[in-house]
Design a protein around this ligand. Structure first.
Ligand SMILES: Cc1cc2nc3c(=O)[nH]c(=O)nc-3n(C[C@H](O)[C@H](O)[C@H](O)COP(=O)(O)OP(=O)(O)OC[C@H]3O[C@@H](n4cnc5c(N)ncnc54)[C@H](O)[C@@H]3O)c2cc1C
Length: 297
């Protein structure tokens, strides 16, 4: 099997090559020498992330209507709370705290003692919450600042929310303006709408209540700038039928091309509120099984 597998480092795929609606292979460039060559293939899988995969398809002249569109990520509201001795007293004693700190001292390299999650559930809780405990301040605080040396420690609390997919939210590509690698330059248009703003306000309110129940905010709840989740998705979304609102079929094959498969977060078609990678892996496994079946592997 290893004879059939070759991993090429410092090699950029420049173009997916086509014969009509059949993919014949890819043109690659060795970034050390600048030389380009053609790699023939029965099947090509493009998984170059949710911005660069649609960019590569665009550069190759593969341009379904939905390509680059329906871009989503998660708006994130975060805060930091210093845990209050009286409030924590309802859950644990000073002796419990000392025992926990002694246990923690066995692994001082790990600054995060615990990560707890409250999962998304609709309609009561359309958010995903992450609560991370840290015994030291998660960011520098001047000595002498209130709560800078808080015996009960701190929690970083964040709410992840949905961004409902819309055609208008998109990465678009400019054929007349090359980027630093010579690909059509990207422009991102992305806006939160009333729908997201309502959920962000609800999440912020819940975060305030939860924080006050646990202690004192040393960093107030705040909405992170768009893109901060780093979980960009949807730009080659999958769909049940080829109606112009999706790029790939349910097995990750680009509509209209039997031997062109796409992978990664770009396939996720719906709004999500937290980490996308497991979902992308599940989609990829499903697509890979189909590919193996079709190639007779
Ligand atoms: C700091 C950070 C923390 C994260 N934490 C989490 C987490 O806790 N949980 C979670 O679910 N997700 C997390 N993510 C998101 C996760 O990393 C992504 O969901 C995942 O990596 C996406 O996989 P992918 O294969 O689509 O793209 P990538 O992993 O980005 O892979 C794309 C690859 O394609 C290569 N490439 C691009 N263009 C070309 C080209 N033309 N030719 C050749 N190669 C090319 C790139 O170099 C890259 O190696 C995190 C991301 C970041 C940045």
């Amino acid at each position: 099997l290893s004879k059939q597998f070759e991993l090429r480092d410092l090699t950029l795929v420049r173009r997916v090559e086509l014969d009509g609606h059949r993919v014949t292979g890819v043109t690659v460039q060795d970034l050390r020498t600048g030389d380009t060559s053609f790699v023939a293939a029965d099947m090509v899988v493009v998984a170059a992330d949710a911005f660069r995969s649609p960019q590569l398809l665009w550069a190759s002249g593969i341009r379904p209507k939905a390509l680059g569109h329906y871009l989503t990520e998660h708006p994130v509201v975060i805060s930091t709370v210093a845990l209050d001795a009286d409030k924590m007293g309802r859950f644990a004693t000073e002796a419990d705290l000392d025992a926990e700190l002694a246990r923690r001292a066995l692994n001082p390299a790990d600054p995060v003692a615990a990560v707890n999650r409250i999962p998304f559930s609709e309609p009561e809780h359309p958010f995903s919450v992450q609560v991370m405990y840290s015994e030291t301040t998660p960011f520098p605080m001047e000595p002498g600042t209130p709560y800078s040396q808080n015996p009960w420690g701190y929690v970083n609390m964040g709410y992840g929310m949905r961004k409902h997919p819309r055609y208008e939210d998109a990465v678009t590509f400019d054929d007349n303006e090359p980027d630093y690698r010579g690909f059509p330059n990207m422009t991102i248009e992305y806006e939160l709408t009333e729908r997201e703003n309502v959920e962000i306000a609800q999440a912020t309110e819940r975060l305030r209540r939860a924080g006050k129940a646990l202690g004192v905010f040393v960093a107030e709840p705040r909405l992170m700038p768009n893109g901060s989740s780093l979980h960009y998705q949807g730009t080659m979304r999958m769909g049940a039928i080829d109606d112009g609102t999706s790029v790939a079929d349910p097995w990750s094959r680009v509509w209209g091309y039997r031997n062109l498969v796409v992978g990664g977060n770009a396939l996720i078609p719906t709004a999500t509120a937290m980490n996308p990678t497991l979902m992308s892996v599940a989609i990829a496994v499903r697509g890979a099984r189909k590919v193996a079946e079709e190639l007779g592997a």
